[in-house]
Design a protein around this ligand. Structure first.
Ligand SMILES: C[S@@+](CC[C@H](N)C(=O)[O-])C[C@H]1O[C@@H](n2cnc3c(N)ncnc32)[C@H](O)[C@@H]1O
Length: 311
């Protein structure tokens, strides 16, 4: 299974009651799905997005879900809403599933910042094979940005281990500008191995112990959600293997390499002040082995990459 995360009933309820997220998808689905379309909702959970497609006029909706606990839930929700004859719940891995027919619309919301944990890229790569000419995809594009931050280390006066943290804390402080490192157009095949470099500029002096990832989504052509912050895992804070001293106006080359759907702990992260020779990092061919969780207390660790001395 192409995922590091198995969803629980709590996660699915969190999705269902994330009103901002649901309304963005509902608007996108109502403006995209046409009367008589065949639609797939991949990573269907409660069946919510597939039910929106049925309400919008789809004649057939394949709700593909890998967790068999949710198959009866999808069927029951379809029945309660009068769509038992429209919705077909399919227990399968959407990254490899063979759909029963061609489709007009792909809907898939297994999104998280950086494509960590969830196989959005692999799912859409697989389902695109079934798309009729002129078919449509929701969402259409996702853009990711990163910045270096000084991430708050304590919560309730305690220090916790995270694989990554997706709640912003008051003490988090941005130390650089924010730059796009990834733009994903779902209409074209996408590599699951992400290898991206970006140059950031220091804006404040401080000790960076984390990267903060944000994403923005183009739901339908030209309709973007700039800060869909009620989405799970946006922004996402990933801790660095070693701290970096940030100076205003100094540039930093950041390189990230990881496999989509894996945990952020498997990502290889490199940060080098520009002007220093960076270690070469190959693009990943195999997912990196999980590392020890990066704890939010590395400010006390020795800094691997000091800034150049002022000349
Ligand atoms: C973020 S939830 C979204 C649920 C629903 N689409 C919604 O919008 O409320 C992701 C769902 O995708 C399912 N999932 C994850 N990987 C999958 C895969 N490879 N194939 C099918 N379903 C998958 C999870 O079990 C979970 O129910």
């Amino acid at each position: 299974m192409y995922t590091d995360k198995r969803f629980t009933a709590y996660d699915i309820q969190a999705c269902l009651h994330d009103v901002g997220r649901a309304e963005l998808f509902k608007a996108a689905i109502f403006s995209t799905v046409r009367e008589g379309d065949v639609v797939v909702d991949a990573g269907s959970g409660s069946g919510l997005l597939g039910l929106f497609a049925a309400q919008a006029g789809a004649k057939r909706v394949y709700c593909v879900e890998s967790n068999d606990d949710y198959i009866p839930v999808i069927r029951e929700n379809a029945r309660r809403n009068g769509f038992a004859n429209v919705v077909q719940a399919i227990h399968a891995d959407a990254t490899t599933v063979q759909l029963p027919s061609q489709i007009d619309v792909i809907i898939s919301e297994v999104i998280s910042a950086g494509f960590f944990y969830e196989p959005q890229l692999q799912i859409v790569n697989n389902l695109r094979r079934f798309l009729n000419p002129g078919g449509r995809i929701i969402p259409l594009t996702i853009e990711h940005t990163i910045e270096l931050i000084s991430a708050e280390e304590t919560l309730y006066g305690l220090n916790f281990s995270y694989d990554s943290r997706y709640h912003a804390l008051d003490g988090d402080r941005s130390l650089t500008n924010r730059q796009q490192y990834l733009r994903t157009d779902f209409t074209t095949p996408q590599s699951k191995d992400i290898s991206a470099g970006v140059r950031l500029r220091g804006t404040e002096k401080g000790t960076a112990n984390a990267l903060r990832l944000h994403y923005r989504i183009e739901f339908t052509p030209g309709t973007w959600a700039e800060e869909p912050t009620s989405f799970l895992m946006n922004p996402q804070t990933m801790f660095l293997p070693a701290t970096v001293e940030i100076e205003p106006d100094q540039e930093y080359q950041v390189h990230l390499a990881y496999r989509a759907s894996r945990s952020p702990l498997t990502a290889r992260i490199q940060v080098s002040p520009v002007g220093h020779r960076a270690e070469r990092m190959p693009a990943p061919t195999e997912p990196a082995a999980p590392q020890e969780p990066r704890r939010p207390s590395p400010k006390s660790m020795p800094t691997k990459v000091p800034v150049p001395a002022a000349s």
